[in-house]
Structures are given as C-alpha cells and as structure tokens.
Write a new protein. Sequence first.
Length: 68
Amino acid sequence: MKYEIILYWSEEDNAYIAEMPELAGCMADGPTAADALHCIEQIAQEWIETAQELGRPIPKPKGRLRYA
C-alpha cells in the first residue's frame, strides 16, 4: 500500500494505533507497533474491496500528507 500510515501509542487503549487518513475510518490497533502495522494493511485491503463492491470511489494515494 502506498497510503500514508500514522502510527502512535494510545494510553487510553493501551495499544499502538495505526491510521490511514486517506481512507476514511481506516484504523487498526495492536499490542506492538509491528502488529498494528500488519493489521492496518489487512484492514486497508478490506476497505478497498468493500468500496469496490459498493461502487464507491477509492482515493489515489497521495503519499506523505503536508500540514501547515
């Protein structure tokens, strides 16, 4: 996947959280950073497959997002 992934530790969830901001709502968690990254790849693939089945647009990866 060429989508940007944001990875961080959540004290509230006591887990690492991985997000793909370009795919709305695409998030995963895990007890380790590696687990969260592995899960987000699977979730993103399912997100894309579901969007295709529903005829929804799939955003093209923009790579690293830029913030002001």
